[in-house]
Design a protein around this ligand. Structure first.
Ligand code: FMN
Length: 206
């Protein structure tokens, strides 16, 4: 079972990276196969809203997002992390999420009827990690909720949302015991959820 970590900060040794890695390591210790990607390494253009994906669920834009789609499809779970940039996710995370639009399906005659293709594939799981500098959750704005709601719409159940306040400098998270513990717990919970699903599938002989 594979868990994909996705870091939405361009600071590879930054706080989001530290915490996504911590959660991923915990999942790995629980027996999960893991991989981490840094969106800053990829050239991801914005969604054009062309609907070219309508029948195929494949985006027609030929850029680095084409390297990420297979990783998403082969993973049962994701750990998505973003720092707060002006009360919201980074532009890298936003571009990534928007380009996942091709993974949504709508009924031909009624666009209020829709689902994520992940739902058609049996559902997936996610952990969200949001990091900000200020000291109240209000200062984090929409960061966590923007990731949670988008992942839910894409057919992921968000099992844990880790919100970390008061981190500014690169790598400061390494000294934040509580944040590290919360990221670790979230990674364990994600792995245990996947293991439980497998057990249930086996009991049901699926
Ligand atoms: C462009 C920009 C906008 C930011 N906006 C906010 C903000 O609205 N609220 C906040 O608390 N921190 C804000 N921050 C601080 C970052 O969220 C904080 O430094 C975080 O720890 C960075 O995570 P990273 O090390 O993973 O990049 C902002 C930082 C930058 C560079």
């Amino acid at each position: 079972m594979k868990v994909l970590g996705i870091v939405g900060s361009k600071r590879k040794k930054g706080n989001t990276s530290v915490l996504v890695q911590k959660a991923l390591q915990a999942a790995q210790k629980e027996g999960m196969e893991t991989e981490i990607i840094y969106l800053g390494d990829y050239d991801i253009h914005g969604c054009r809203g062309c609907d070219g994906c309508k029948k195929t669920y494949k985006c027609i834009i030929d850029d680095d997002m084409q390297k990420i789609y297979p990783l998403l499809l082969e993973s049962e779970a994701v750990i998505l992390g973003s720092p707060t940039y002006f009360y919201n996710v980074t532009s890298d995370i936003k571009a990534f999420i928007d380009r996942c639009y091709c993974l949504e399906a709508f009924a031909e005659d009624d666009r209020s009827v829709w689902l994520g293709i992940n739902e058609a594939m049996g559902g997936k799981y996610a952990v969200v990690i949001a990091v900000c500098e200020q000291s109240s959750e209000e200062d984090m704005g929409y960061t966590a909720v923007a990731m949670e709601k988008s992942l839910q719409a894409l057919g992921y159940r968000v099992v844990e949302s880790v919100k970390v306040l008061k981190l500014f400098s690169k790598g400061e998270a390494l000294g934040d015991k509580e944040a590290l513990e919360n990221a670790e717990k979230a990674g364990v919970k994600l792995a245990k959820t996947l293991k439980l699903r497998k057990e249930v599938q086996e009991r049901l002989s699926l």
